[in-house]
Design a protein around this ligand. Structure first.
Ligand code: 13P
Length: 247
C-alpha cells in the first residue's frame, strides 16, 4: 500500500499561496508516498495546472451529492473533476459541526464522488466530551458504518481519523490511543468491505506537524496523515512528506 500525505488548506489561501506549491514540488519532486493538497475550491484548477505532470495530487474539501441543478453555491463532482481534482474530503468535523452534515449526507456525497471516479476521503472523529466519556470507539464505529459509500474499495476510499479535540489545538491522542483506534477501524472496515479493507489508507489527522509526524507514522495501521495548519507551508508539509516516506 502506498501511504498518503494529504493537506487540507481549509478556508485559507489565495493565488499568491501557489508559491508554496512550487516550493513543495521543487524540494519533493518524487516522494515515496502519495502527496495530495486540497485547497479551497477557488484554487483547485490553478493548483491542478501547476501540479500537472508532477507527483502532487489535487483534491477538494467538499462536494454536492447531486450531479447538477439549483443548489446555489455548491459544487458537483463533475465540476471538481473538470477542474483537475482527483480526491475529495467528505464529512470533515468542521462541516459536520458548521453545516450540520450527517452520516447519511456524507455517505451520499461519498457515493457521488466514487461513482464519478474520485477518491473519497471520509473523515470521522469524536468530540472531547465523547473522548473523556470513553465513547471514542462507539462514536467512530457508528460514523464509519454510516458514512462510507456503497462499493467502497481500497482504490476509491480513504478514511481519516480526526479527533475533534485534536484539530488545530496542538493536542494529540497518545500513540497508544491512536494505535487502538486505527486497529479498531481496520477491523470495522473488514466487517464492512471484506478483504478490500487491508488496502484502505487510514489517515490520522489533528495537530500533525514535523515534530510529531515520525512517531505517529510508526503506529500500526497509520497509513498517512490529513494535515491542516502545517500543510499551508511547503517546508512543514514537506517535512511531513519526508517523515512518511521514511516510515
Ligand atoms: P490541524 O492539522 O490544523 O490540526 O487540522 C487537522 C485537520 O482538520 C485536517 O483536516
Amino acid at each position: 500500500m502506498k501511504k498518503l500525505a494529504a493537506g487540507n488548506w481549509k478556508m485559507n489561501g489565495t493565488r499568491a499561496s501557489l508559491a508554496e506549491v512550487a516550493a513543495l514540488l521543487a524540494a519533493h519532486p518524487a516522494p515515496a508516498c502519495e502527496m495530495l493538497l486540497c485547497p479551497p475550491a477557488t484554487l483547485i484548477a490553478q493548483m491542478a495546472d501547476a501540479a500537472r505532470g508532477s507527483a502532487l495530487l489535487v483534491g477538494a474539501q467538499d462536494c454536492h451529492a447531486k450531479p447538477q441543478g439549483a443548489h446555489t453555491g455548491d459544487i458537483s463532482v463533475a465540476m471538481l473533476k473538470d477542474a483537475g481534482a482527483t480526491h475529495v474530503i467528505l464529512g470533515h468535523s468542521e462541516r459536520r459541526t458548521d453545516r450540520g452534515e450527517t452520516d447519511e449526507l456524507v455517505r451520499a456525497k461519498a457515493e457521488a464522488a466514487v461513482d464519478a471516479g474520485l477518491v473519497a476521503i471520509v473523515c470521522i472523529g469524536e468530540t472531547e466530551a465523547e473522548h473523556d466519556a470513553g465513547k471514542t470507539l462507539a462514536v467512530i464505529g457508528s460514523q464509519i458504518d454510516g458514512s462510507i459509500p456503497g462499493g467502497a474499495t481500497a482504490a476509491n476510499l480513504v478514511v481519516a481519523y480526526e479527533p475533534v479535540w485534536a484539530i488545530g489545538t496542538g493536542r494529540t491522542p497518545t500513540l497508544a490511543e491512536i494505535a487502538e483506534v486505527h486497529s479498531f477501524l481496520r477491523g470495522r472496515l473488514r466487517g464492512l468491505i471484506g478483504d478490500e479493507a487491508e488496502g484502505v489508507r487510514i489517515l490520522y489527522g489533528g495537530s500533525v506537524k514535523p515534530s510529531n509526524a515520525g512517531d505517529i507514522f510508526a503506529v500500526p495501521h497509520v497509513d498517512g496523515a490529513l494535515v491542516g495548519g502545517a500543510s499551508l507551508k511547503a517546508a512543514d508539509f514537506g517535512a511531513i512528506v519526508d517523515a512518511l516516506s521514511a516510515a
